[in-house]
Design a binder for this molecule. Structure first.
Ligand code: HSE
Length: 436
């Protein structure tokens, strides 16, 4: 059978890793795909740059349109990132009848609905396993492996850079910016690292996971995102003392009232497997009605880990090229006419527990005032920790864990507490999930 011909857009970390793995594992991959898979051409912005991959047999160009307009190419790998040029190229490749494999989570989260609709009309496949959690085959697991289940919720550590930073801060007491620089040097961080530390990257990935878990359209604008920049070493230590770890989680939950879509730092009990996912590793815990909880763990970023997911998609497309299109797996796991427009909750409507840290005057009645405000909002306290004041200081740190409440109630309580004369500065609030 004729080899499947690949054109690669972008020879950066993921592009380079993909070319290398395709070459190194060529025999094994073609045994799985049933055909040989050959990279014939690739585009890169700067052809003079030293590459991590061997490009000897690959036709190189600085013009990506040369690749997508090449009539010989069966599958285009979009590995340039970003959403403007990448979107144009992907839509044009689809219009040219090419199948597309992409690692671009922002592109899918923001423009996936339009891209999949164009792909369906053109009868081509757009595959995006590498867009979420790097090398973990989580898209395939949810879309195909769990298709007999009703998915209740999922929670994941889906940004390697953020997890690497939180882990290094906790274990080695390292400085935030110093760890971020290392993540950039290792090729984990986004070109705009605020995407990592402000939760945007995790938000993109969560949206994709929620879409295929619940059969809803992609709608990144409805994802609540909060990053890790405000987490201090003190919070990490206090959480530890209370038996929790702070992790940056993406959570999607189907409730009677609607769907929760949220990304934020979260306290989780230290005995949970998810609490022990460290460094650049990612993990996604999926709770489904028939199978119960399942956990998917692996490298969430990096050249060859992400290449592993890109190539799995290439193999899927190569297999599908010999099938009738009726057998194709739907892009968002559910058939196109079954995508449901379920109500998405605002972050004020979500229900979760909280860790609160306050700096207060060490005098009688302070704690009573605070607990009264919480009681007025119907918020129940789970635990309280008061740190001894430093010598010559009249201010103390109070840490509280609350039971679950609706976020609006907590917002109202915090704004009242902040106005108390005995409370100084900001009230730190981190959401807490027991993931039971
Ligand atoms: N910047 C991303 C991360 C890369 O750190 O997880 C993989 O999507």
């Amino acid at each position: 059978m004729k080899p499947v011909k690949i054109g690669v857009l972008g020879l950066g970390t993921v592009g380079g890793g993909t070319v290398n793995v395709l070459k190194r594992n060529a025999k094994e991959i073609s045994r799985r795909a049933g055909r040989e898979i050959v990279v014939t051409c690739a585009s890169a912005r700067d052809l003079t740059r030293k590459r991590s991959c061997d490009t000897q047999d690959i036709r190189l160009s600085t013009d990506p349109y040369e690749i997508i307009n090449d009539s010989e190419i069966d599958i285009v790998l979009e590995l340039i990132g970003g959403t403007s040029l990448a979107k144009e190229l992907v839509l044009q490749a689809i219009a040219n009848g090419k199948h597309v494999v992409t690692a671009n989570k922002a592109l899918i989260a923001l423009h996936g609905n339009e891209i999949f609709s164009a792909a369906s009309k053109a009868n081509v496949i757009v595959a995006y396993e590498a867009a979420v959690a790097g090398g973990i085959p989580i898209i395939k697991a949810i879309r195909e492996g769990l298709s007999g289940n009703h998915i209740n919720w999922l929670a994941g550590i889906i940004n390697g850079t953020g997890n690497f930073i939180l882990t290094e801060m906790r274990d080695k007491g390292r400085d935030f910016n110093d760890v971020l620089k290392e993540a950039q040097a290792l090729g984990y961080a986004e070109s705009d690292p605020t995407f990592d530390v402000e939760g945007i990257d995790a938000g993109h990935k969560l949206m994709i996971l929620a879409s295929i878990a619940f059969g809803i359209p992609l709608q990144f604008e409805n994802v609540y995102t909060e990053g890790i920049t405000k987490i201090t070493r003190a919070d990490v230590e206090y959480a530890n003392e209370l038996g929790y770890r702070i992790k940056h989680l993406g959570i999607a939950r189907k409730t009677k009232a609607g769907i929760e879509l949220r990304v934020h730092p979260t306290l989780i009990p230290e005995r949970r497997l998810l609490a022990n996912v460290d460094g650049v590793m990612n993990a996604v815990l999926v709770n489904a009605d028939a199978v119960g909880p399942t956990l998917y763990y692996g490298a969430g970023a990096g050249a060859e880990a992400t290449a592993s997911a890109v190539i799995a998609d290439v193999v899927d497309v190569a297999r599908a090229l010999t099938l009738n299109s009726i057998n194709k797996v739907p892009h968002l796991a559910f058939q196109e006419d079954s995508i449901a427009d379920l109500h998405i909750l605002t972050h004020e409507q979500i229900e979760t527990a909280y860790y609160l840290r306050l700096t207060v005057e060490d005098k009688p009645g302070t704690l009573a005032q605070i607990t009264q405000i919480l009681a007025q909002q119907n918020i129940s306290i789970e635990a309280i920790l008061q740190k001894e004041p430093l010598p010559d200081q009249t201010l103390v740190q109070i840490i509280m864990l609350t039971q679950k409440t609706i976020e609006k109630e907590m917002d109202d309580a915090i704004s009242t507490i902040k106005n108390l004369s005995s409370v100084t500065g900001q009230v730190t609030r981190i959401r807490l999930e027991t993931l039971g």
